[in-house]
Write a new protein. Structure first.
Length: 341
């Protein structure tokens, strides 16, 4: 069963809200119209608001999913991109929408976890004002080095960074990549100079130009540069080792690095609705999202390109994912004192 983020992270509060909702619902059997609406859903177009720009794994996943939903549900499903403010522009728009299943959010889940820590003012409570439905992994994410950096593998990179600073392109403040590199510096004594970018695109451009030494991201943003030889993969920082996409490239664990920073900072494109979304609508949306991974050619293509081999997380699996990852993101961000003005 899929529940809200609030019920995942704050069970007692969620229980109080359920009890209150039950009590109000019993007054005059006022729940019947809402139940009828859920049973009639969907009867008009659905909008998915994507929190990242076109060209990202977020946008690609959203559009492939929307195409499958259109055929499966029998109503038009459109995607609208609203990037910015660590995903909060899109998240706030969905949180403020009617909880009827016609306005959905797809966003990098790390942004939902990080916003309360990174931002001084957050327009919504990401643990209470949204209902998680499903999560698509961003797949195999490589660390890459510019083509002329004098290292052949990860061990040589650490040796180089102990001798002189290595510049690190960071696609977003508070990203899992940034937190991983901070922990790596602590454990190895390597020197990494962080260069922040607004998204993967500008970072990749500077990598190709040789303006920074290393970077990382999903295969959606990195594959073209790797194929052209503009930069070289040396480590898988997130997702599974992939002999198909990145033959011979090791993971953190292969290189002997374990612990929360290297195991828990997984990324995904999470689909959510407003709080109090009817359970039947949540169930149906989760079912459609789960089925899309095997029944939709566009979704299968996107996931294959990203190196995703597991189906989308829903229900209990999704709850466990949030419980494992969010505390690690937030703890490490607080320890680093990261803030976004």
């Amino acid at each position: 069963m899929t529940t809200s983020i609030e019920s995942t992270l704050a069970p007692e509060a969620a229980q109080r809200r359920r009890l209150l909702g039950t009590g109000l619902g019993l007054l005059g059997a006022g729940w019947l119209p809402g139940l009828a609406r859920a049973q009639d859903w969907p009867s008009r177009p659905i909008k998915i608001i994507a929190a990242q720009a076109p060209g990202s794994s977020n946008d690609a996943t959203a559009r492939a999913l929307a195409e499958y939903m259109t055929g499966r549900l029998g109503v038009p499903v459109v995607v609208e991109n609203r990037p910015g403010a660590i995903g909060m522009i899109a998240a706030d728009a969905v949180a403020r929408s009617a909880p009827d299943g016609y306005t959905l959010l797809i966003t990098l889940h790390s942004q939902l976890a990080q916003a309360p820590v990174l931002l001084k003012k957050v327009p919504l409570d990401t643990t209470k004002d949204l209902t998680p439905i499903a999560a698509f992994s961003t797949g195999t994410s490589p660390m890459v080095v510019k083509k002329d950096l004098p290292v052949k593998n990860f061990k040589e990179l650490i040796e180089l960074a102990r001798k002189r600073p290595v510049s690190v392109g960071n696609y977003g403040i508070g990203s899992g990549w940034q937190l991983m590199m901070s922990q790596l510096a602590k454990q190895t004594g390597a020197k990494f100079d962080l260069v922040n970018y607004k998204g993967t695109g500008p970072m990749v451009f500077d990598l190709m130009a040789g303006n920074i030494d290393i970077g990382a991201g999903s295969m959606a943003g990195m594959a073209a540069g790797i194929q052209r030889g503009a930069f070289r993969p040396i480590l898988v920082i997130s997702g599974d080792r992939s002999e198909r996409l990145l033959p011979g490239i090791p993971t953190w664990a292969d290189e002997g690095f374990t612990g929360p920073a290297f195991e828990n900072l997984k990324e995904c494109n999470m689909v959510l609705g407003p709080a109090t979304l009817p359970k039947e609508v949540v169930r149906r949306l989760a079912e459609v999202a789960h089925d899309s991974a095997t029944k939709s050619e566009p979704v299968k293509t996107v996931l294959t390109q990203l190196g995703v081999e597991s189906p989308p997380w829903t229900g209990v699996e999704l709850q466990k994912f949030i419980q494992q990852t969010w505390p690690t993101y937030q703890k490490m961000t607080r320890e680093l004192g990261l803030m976004v003005e």
